[in-house]
Every structure is written in C-alpha cells, then in structure tokens.
Design a protein around this ligand. Sequence first.
Ligand SMILES: [Zn+2]
Length: 390
Amino acid sequence: MLTVTKDRPLLTTITGSLPRPAWFNGNLLGRPFSVVTTELGYREQYTDAVQSYLADQTRAGLDLLTDGDARCDCDMGGRSWFGYPAERLEGVTGFHVARGNTPSSRDKVPGDLMFEVIEARVLPKVTGPIKRGPLEYARIWKTAQRLTRKPVKFGAICAQVLTSGLHNAYYKDRRSLLMDMSIAMNEELNELADAGCLVIQVEEPSIHGTVGIVDDREWTGDFLVEAFNREVNGLRNKTEVWCHSCWGNPAAQRTETVARSYQAALPFFNRLDADVLTFEAADNGGADLEAIGKEIAADKKICIGVISHRTLQVERPDEVAALIRKALQHIRPERLIVSTDCGFGRQGMSRLHAFYKMVSLVRGTNVVRKELGLPVADVLAADPKGALIG
Ligand SMILES: [Zn+2]
C-alpha cells in the first residue's frame, strides 16, 4: 500500500548508498550489528555517519531519506551489498575459493575493471538449508529513523541476485535454493515492516538481466516473478513496497559491457507485487521512458533515476528538469517519483559529488514543480543564507 508517496507527485529520494566519510573506517566483518555496536568506537562512527547522511539529504531538500547503507563494510567494489546478508544467513558457511583466475561472468576478461571486481567476489558457500540469521534489518532501520522526523526508506539486496553470488554445495538445483532464500528474506522483511518501516525497497531482482538476455531454463521470467512475490508476500498489507532495478553499480560500473534496454522485461516487472518500480533513466537519457509509461500498469508508481551514479560531472538542475519533463510525456505526475539511477556507492565518488548531485536532483525537480503549480521543497544548501562558508 502507498504510505509516504501517497498523494505526493514528484516526491524525491535517492536509491540508498552514500560515500563513506573518511573517518568512518570501522567494519562489521561478518559480526552481528548488535554485537559490534557495543564497541564504543564503532557505535560512535556508525551513528555519526548515519546522522551526517541524514543531514546531507535534509539540506538537499529530499523528501524520503535513507541511512546510506551504513551497515555495509568498505570493501572491494561494493561487495558488502552481497556480503552483509550472505555472511549472516544460516546455511552459509565459509567460502568457495575458485582455482585459476577466470570469473564465470559472461563478458569480462582480464584487463577489464569488472573482471577484478568479480574476481574479488569470493563466493560464500551454501552448505545447509537457508534460514534467517542475524540480519537485524529492523534494528538497523530503527537506528536511523530515531535520528530524523522525515521518513527513512530501508533497502536491501533481493534474494535473486544474492543467490547468484553464492556457491551452491547443498541444494539439488538453483530454484530450490532461491525459493528458500526468498522465504528467509520474507521473514526478515516482515519483521522490518512490523517495526514500522514505511517504505521497504527490494533491490535488483534478476528479471531485467535475464529476460531477453540469457536463455536460463531454470530461472525463467515467470519463475523470477514467482520468487519475488514470495519474497515480499504479506508486506503490502503493512507498508509500501518498492522494487529497485538498475544496470549495475560495482565500482560505479555497468555490470555488462553494453548498454541494455528494459523493454523485454517490462511485462514481468508489471506482475511484481510492489507499489513502486524504479528504473534507470539518467545514464540512458530516458531511452525506455515511453515503453515504461505504456507497459507499467496504473496501480504502480514509477520512480526514475535523473542522476547518474557513474559520472562525476554533477547534473545541472535544467538537465534534471528536462528529463522529468520527458518522463511526464508518458507518466502522470501523481505516479512519478524522482530519484537516482542507483546508490552513490561507498567508493564510486566523493561525498562532495554525491551531495551536490542530491542538491541538483531537488533543484531540478523544483523547477518542474513550479511549472505544474506544485509546492517546492526547501533546499537549505541552495539558500544564500544557508551557505556553508561566507
Ligand atoms: Zn541499483
């Protein structure tokens, strides 16, 4: 059900992750969050980092905030997005250290940055039935939400892409593994919803990376829809459910060497049990907006990225406004949410770049809000009286 975005045309947010402050050098290293936060040093670093993430988003004028994925360790190519749950689930023990140096991904060769990223994704090993472990999503969300009156969205990796990053040494096939993973995640996400989280974002089902791209006999589009809907089962009675999709984030790269289109995957996205679907639109110049507007049913809201996480050049507000206007040719403002293509990552760009990209996102949205007669957001960072220095 819609909660935060109900009756809020052109609401603004970001996908999730933010660059770490240089002084935030603590890591959870596979240990439970509630255990490590008993260490005073980590506890202070963590809560101060989350407060600075929330303050930056508030000064930028965003409507719906995130905790910057502060739970994720600072490791190679954003590995912790996978690693955080993989290292805590029951049924996952140790690692599968591959022999040789050939990652299995289909179009990466030595000499490509993404080859090194994938080489560093040492696969956790599935050795027993997958069950919930100490992921503590509810506790982590509450830590952020008690620091602000604005709503905090909680996002986490989808069971599908998480399963792709595991070495299966237990289940007879990948379908059984994925269904058990989806059930374990569903229990975790229901606890998060019960704790009062108003927006839950499930990140990266494998649909758009599979349908029309690889002939996967086990993980078909239909099966991936079934698995996603099992993962979010029951959530929409309690909270607003988002499905995030993009074309990759590790080290600010696309995961594939060529740009892809969402078009073949859209009928499957349309069947997801979600209130809001997110799509990249900045990096591809809004190439799929017309198809998205046509294919996605009116009962779902559409969130588009108007800011790229892959470039350092900060988008100008007029560029952001132009992309929103292009989206409005195909999607009504009541259904449109404005965001970033993906998270800013922990090593993709500096805090400075991420901050001014967020400011530009809201300034550009304000331009269109004015044109439509909608209330504009207060952007403290763009207020001459609110300048940092001088
Ligand atoms: Zn993403």
